[in-house]
Design a binder for this molecule. Structure first.
Ligand code: AMP
Length: 192
């Protein structure tokens, strides 16, 4: 798998609250690859009060997306680290058509290819219910609904884009964590 080197490169796609972050972490443990969450990276930057954090804080609080150019810098830098050489699990990126192009460019430059796009689908009612159970500051109901709207408008089109490339692995995310985990391992052909 992969291009020049061996390795597994996976994107996790799904609405906010679908559990993709949890599943990316679990699979990272199984495959011994880094799970890279752009949301976590940005939250950390905000917590540290870094220059990046100052630029993204308000956007994140509103449920909107950080600009594609800034995200390209963040992701390009992260994917240049040596720990991604054997692959990575990307959670929360790409979220727009332009970001998908950026990721493709980064991969091509490294003679690598994307192996799987794990799409975790969950009905919207369940997403709202889950979000309101969580404690995060950006989980106020109006923000939750805004994030879902942004997802439908900007990110959902990537499902068809990756399906047309034969990369989409569709997973029913409306189940227990462990059942979702097994379905993902199955879809990726991993023995665990
Ligand atoms: P997440 O934890 O993935 O839901 O991300 C939390 C917030 O960080 C999002 O609502 C966006 O404001 C921002 N964010 C994370 N990843 C991206 C991305 N790929 N593009 C733009 N904004 C992002």
């Amino acid at each position: 798998m992969g291009g020049a080197g061996e390795g597994v490169r996976v994107v996790f796609l799904g609405p906010p609250g679908s559990g993709k972050g949890t599943q990316a972490q679990l699979l990272a443990g199984d495959l011994e690859l880094p799970a890279i969450s752009t949301g976590d990276m940005l939250r950390e930057a905000v917590a540290n009060g870094s220059e990046l954090g100052r630029r993204v804080r308000k956007i994140m609080e509103s449920g909107e997306l950080v600009g594609d150019d800034l995200m390209a810098e963040v992701v390009g830098e992260r994917l240049s680290h040596a720990d991604t050489e054997r692959g990575f699990l990307l959670d929360g990126y790409p979220r727009t058509a332009s970001q998908a192009e950026t990721l493709l460019r980064i991969l091509v430059e490294g003679s690598d290819t994307l192996d799987h796009v794990v799409f975790i689908d969950v009905p919207e009612d369940e997403l709202v219910r889950r979000a309101l159970l969580r404690q995060r500051v950006d989980d106020r109901e109006d923000v939750v609904r805004e994030r879902l709207r942004v997802y439908r408008e900007r990110t959902q089109p990537l499902v068809e884009y990756y399906r047309s490339q034969g990369l989409l692995r569709e997973i029913d995310g409306n189940r227990e964590v462990e059942a979702v985990r097994r379905a993902i391992l199955d879809a990726l052909g991993v023995d665990a």
